[in-house]
Design a protein around this ligand. Structure first.
Ligand SMILES: C[S@@+](CC[C@H](N)C(=O)[O-])C[C@H]1O[C@@H](n2cnc3c(N)ncnc32)[C@H](O)[C@@H]1O
Length: 372
């Protein structure tokens, strides 16, 4: 079974192959509907239209360079050391945290979460974030919570230069706030959320943010990486020991396209920072699964990078920057060219509304029709 094979040491996986990009029409970015962070501006009418990346001919050449192993390895090493250095600069004891984690019995932890019946789609078994084995390895799982804090340290600063220890928390807090705001604008009382599903939860940072934004809710985190979920459970136990309070959070190892959770069982489905790791067909399948999971009138929320933001536009205008980014995010072009609003409505949702939650991230929210 493929699931088992990957879990028993997956050094067999080939490195990501050069991808043929679909030819995209060069379009001017649509003006992103905006609301300043912290404001209570009215939600925009619809999600931003897709934005074109650099022309495929140029991208092909530049991406070819990044697929040259020595250059890729050098760039990956530099990126990783920058993440660690920035983490330490904002006060994370990276070496100490990693030493403690590496000493833990992870095999036992893994057994507590893994579902050996799960199989992994091809798009998922690629190299991600400069880890050859992508999301299916301990190296990535043990670091992911620390890395999120480092990578998001400057996220609230338009120039991404003012680094704060709580940047990641601010990003997620703003997502919760925007989701509540858009829900209310669409006639759904945020205080009535009792059950939420966090698709692609990794170690649960996004699930925790849901617990904070919706204190009356029980949250189920779903992820395809049993390694991330194992670390998530470990971190949850550590937090519960610290606070003395159990969290209303449980984890399920499953693909977000077919969670196995009951139909019409939840008020809110959230997918936070996952769509950029997906081909368009997977995002569409996940939206259909979210529709199935939601009660009539329930809410689907997505938080992601905003391709129409000035920060993203700067990356588009520089094929080297875009190729470097894409070398660690194999499905990035599919994400930035996806018409997310159309994907929502194709899955049966009402037309979504969008707000910025940082200078480079957007929150997109829509309801399943009441009559569904
Ligand atoms: C960038 S991480 C985001 C994690 C988390 N939501 C957060 O906000 O920090 C993307 C996560 O999506 C998960 N993922 C990607 N494709 C998936 C799929 N088809 N089904 C379930 N999880 C998936 C990955 O394993 C990874 O944990």
């Amino acid at each position: 079974m493929q699931g088992q094979r990957l879990l028993q040491g997956s050094a067999h996986r080939p490195a990501a192959k050069p991808q043929q990009q679909p030819r995209q029409p060069r379009r001017r970015p649509a003006a992103a509907p905006r609301a300043a962070a912290g404001s209570s501006a009215a939600p925009a009418a619809a999600a931003a239209a897709p934005v074109a990346p650099p022309p495929p001919a140029i991208m092909g050449v530049v991406e070819g360079l990044f697929q040259w192993k020595p250059l890729f390895n050098m760039a990956a090493k530099k990126a990783r050391s920058m993440i660690v250095q920035r983490g330490e600069a904002i006060g994370i004891d990276w070496a100490g945290a990693m030493a403690k984690r590496r000493a833990h019995d992870w095999d036992a932890e893994l057994k507590g979460v893994v579902n050996y019946a799960v199989t992994y789609p091809d798009y998922y078994t690629k190299a991600f974030h400069a880890y050859e084995q992508g999301n299916l390895c301990w190296d990535s799982a043990l670091e992911v919570t620390l890395a999120a804090q480092s990578v998001h340290a400057g996220v609230m600063d338009p120039a991404n230069k003012a680094f704060r220890r709580d940047g990641d928390a601010a990003l997620r807090g703003a997502y919760g706030e925007r989701t509540r705001q858009l829900m209310a604008a669409q006639g759904f009382d945020p205080a009535s959320v009792r059950s939420a599903v966090d698709l692609g939860c990794a170690t649960g940072l996004s699930s925790l943010a849901l617990l904070e934004a919706f204190p009356g809710a029980a949250v189920t985190g779903v992820d395809l990486s049993p390694y991330f979920l194992a670390v998530g459970r470990y971190e949850q136990r550590e937090r519960e020991a610290d606070t003395g309070r159990p969290e209303a959070l449980s984890f399920v190892h499953a693909p977000a396209e077919a969670t196995g959770l009951p139909a019409a069982s939840c008020d809110l489905v959230s997918m936070c920072l996952v769509a950029h790791e997906l081909p368009q067909s997977a995002t569409r399948a996940i939206l259909r699964e979210a529709y199935r999971l939601l009660k009539p009138g329930g809410v689907m929320a997505i938080m992601e990078m905003n391709p129409a933001s000035p920060a993203f536009q700067r990356i588009f205008s520089n094929p080297f920057a875009f190729a470097a980014f894409k070398s660690t995010e194999p499905h990035l072009t599919e994400y930035v060219t996806l018409d997310l609003a159309a994907a929502y409505t194709d899955a049966g949702f009402n037309a979504p509304q969008q707000l910025e939650n940082t200078p480079r991230h957007r929150t997109v929210v829509a309801r399943k029709p009441q009559a569904a």
